[in-house]
Design a protein around this ligand. Structure first.
Ligand SMILES: Nc1ncnc2c1ncn2[C@@H]1O[C@H](COP(=O)(O)OP(=O)(O)O)[C@@H](O)[C@H]1O
Ligand SMILES: CC(C)(COP(=O)(O)O)[C@@H](O)C(=O)NCCC(=O)O
Length: 328
C-alpha cells in the first residue's frame, strides 16, 4: 500500500487528545459563539474545534520558536553589520473547500476560539487577547463587467474568475508584516464587487483567509518563471471535505433559507426567486450547483485537498467524523 503523508484520526481519537489538555468554554464564550449566528452544536465545538484551536496554538508557538532560532543563527557577532532581529509577522491560516461545504462556519468558529483571552498560566507568544482577522477571497473576484467581457459569468468561483495576483499580493503583504493591507469587497446582495469599497487589515496576530481556491498552485508567469501562490504564505491550512451529494443538499438548503430571508430584499440579485414557486427557485439552484459549483469542486477544488495541513471530513449532519493531519 502506498504511504500517505497524513495521520488519520477518528472523531473519538481526536477529541480524546483534547481531554488531556482541557480548556473548557466559559458561559460568556458559549454566548459569544451563539452570537455568530451559526447553528453550532456545542458538542461539536468541544470535540472538534477546541482541539483544533489548541493544535493551531501549538503551530503558532513552534513558528515563534523557529524564528527565535533563526535570529540566533543570523546574529553572528563577527559580522560588521549585524541584521536587526526578525520581528514576528501574522500567523496566516487558509480555509479551503467547495461552495457550501461550511468554510465560513469553520472560519468564524476558529476566529472566535483563537481570539479568546488566554487562561492565566498558559504560555503563548501571542498577546493575552489575540487579534484574529478573517478575509474571504470573494473580494478578489473580477467585477461582473470584467467577467462578462472575458466570458466567465458561468465560471464564477473558478480560479480564472479571480484577480489571483492581487489576492496573492494582499496575503503576502499581511504575511510580511505590512502595517496596513487593503482588499476589495464583494457583495452577495448585489452579486458583484462594491465599487470603491476596501477592507483594511492592520497587522493582526492571526489572519484567516477563506475561499474556494486558496490551495491552488501558483500560475506560471508570462516569462515562464514560477510565481508564488497564496498558499505559499500560509502557516497552517484546513480543507473542509464532505461527500458531493451532501454538499449539494447543503447548497440547496441554504438557497431555500436565503429565499425566505436575504432574497426578500428588493435590491437582492436573487429577489426574482421570491416571486416564483419554491420548486422553480430550487430548479435554478440545482442547475447552478451542477453546471458551476460541482464542476468547479471536481475540476479545481478537490484536487487541492492533499496540500492542506489538516483535512476535516464531515458527515451528512455536518459533524466531523474523521480528520487527516499532515505528518511533518
Ligand atoms: N457545523 C455546522 N452545523 C450546522 N450547519 C452548518 C455547519 N456548517 C455549515 N452549516 C450550514 O451549511 C451551509 C454552508 O455553510 P457555509 O459556512 O455558509 O459554507 P461556505 O462558506 O463553504 O459556502 C450553511 O447553510 C450553514 O448554515
Ligand atoms: C462568491 C463565491 C464565488 C465564493 O467565493 P469565495 O469567498 O470562496 O472566493 C460563491 O459563493 C458564488 O457566489 N458562486 C457563484 C455560483 C453560485 O451562485 O452559487
Amino acid at each position: 500500500m502506498p504511504t500517505k503523508p497524513y495521520v488519520d484520526l477518528g472523531r473519538s481519537e481526536w477529541s480524546a487528545l483534547h481531554e488531556r489538555t482541557p480548556l473548557p468554554l466559559t458561559a460568556t464564550e458559549v454566548e459569544a459563539l451563539r452570537g455568530l449566528g451559526d447553528v453550532i452544536d456545542l458538542d461539536e465545538v468541544r470535540d472538534i474545534y477546541l482541539p483544533l484551536s489548541r493544535l493551531i496554538n501549538l503551530y503558532v508557538a513552534a513558528t515563534h520558536e523557529l524564528r527565535r532560532s533563526l535570529n540566533a543563527f543570523l546574529d553572528d557577532p563577527r559580522r560588521p553589520e549585524r541584521p536587526a532581529p526578525q520581528r514576528g509577522t501574522p500567523f496566516v491560516i487558509g480555509v479551503a473547500g467547495s461552495v457550501a461545504v461550511g468554510k465560513s462556519t469553520v472560519s468564524r468558529l476558529l476566529q472566535a476560539l483563537l481570539s479568546r483571552p488566554r487562561p492565566p498560566g498558559e504560555e503563548s507568544p501571542l498577546p493575552t487577547h489575540p487579534r484574529v482577522e478573517r478575509v474571504t477571497t470573494d473580494g478578489f473576484l473580477l467585477p461582473t463587467a470584467e467577467l462578462e467581457r472575458r466570458g466567465l459569468m458561468s465560471r464564477k468561483g473558478f480560479p480564472e474568475s479571480y484577480d489571483r495576483r492581487a489576492l496573492t499580493r494582499f496575503v503576502a503583504d499581511v504575511k510580511a508584516g505590512k502595517p496596513e493591507a487593503t482588499a476589495p469587497v464583494y457583495s452577495h446582495l448585489h452579486y458583484d464587487i462594491v465599487p470603491g469599497e476596501r477592507l483594511t487589515v492592520r497587522r493582526p496576530d492571526i489572519l484567516i483567509v477563506e475561499g474556494l481556491n486558496v490551495l491552488q498552485p501558483a500560475l506560471p508567469g508570462k516569462d515562464g518563471r514560477t510565481r508564488l501562490a497564496v498558499a505559499d504564505h500560509f502557516d497552517f491550512s484546513v480543507y473542509v471535505d464532505a461527500r458531493t451529494s451532501d454538499i449539494e443538499r447543503w447548497y440547496l438548503e441554504r438557497f431555500r433559507a436565503l429565499r425566505a430571508t436575504a432574497f426578500q430584499d428588493p435590491r437582492s440579485h436573487f429577489h426574482r426567486f421570491t416571486a416564483v414557486s419554491e420548486e422553480e427557485a430550487l430548479d435554478y439552484a440545482r442547475t447552478t450547483w451542477r453546471t458551476v459549483n460541482e464542476h468547479n469542486l471536481r475540476q479545481n477544488i478537490a484536487p487541492t485537498r492533499g496540500r492542506a495541513t489538516l483535512q476535516l471530513h464531515k458527515a451528512a449532519d455536518h459533524t466531523v467524523q474523521r480528520l487527516s493531519l499532515r505528518k511533518l
